[in-house]
Design a protein around this ligand. Structure first.
Ligand code: SF4
Length: 73
C-alpha cells in the first residue's frame, strides 16, 4: 500500500525524554508503535498511520503514562 492511498489522518510523534518505556502504546497498536530492545523506549513505526488506526492512536496517547505521545491533526 502506498502513502497516497493510505489516507493518513494524523501524524504521530514520541518524545523520547518523556517516555518511561511502559509499552502501553505497543499493546494498543503495534502497527504504529514499537519498543527499542536496548532501553525499552517507545518509538513510532508509522508516523502517518492509516485513518482506520486513528482512534487507537488517540487511545495510546491518552493511556501513555509519560504523556510522551503527540498527535498532529
Ligand atoms: S506508552 Fe508512552 S511511556 Fe509507554 S512506551 Fe509508549 S510512549 Fe513510552
Amino acid at each position: 500500500m502506498t502513502k497516497a492511498n493510505k489516507e493518513a489522518a494524523v501524524q504521530v510523534e514520541i518524545d523520547q525524554d518523556r517516555c518511561i518505556g511502559s509499552g502501553q502504546c505497543v499493546l494498543i497498536t503495534e502497527e504504529v508503535f514499537d519498543q527499542r530492545e536496548e532501553d525499552d523506549k517507545g518509538y513510532v513505526l508509522d508516523a502517518e498511520p492509516a485513518a482506520a488506526l486513528e482512534s487507537a492512536v488517540h487511545r495510546a496517547a491518552l493511556g501513555c503514562p509519560g504523556q510522551a505521545i503527540t498527535i498532529l491533526d
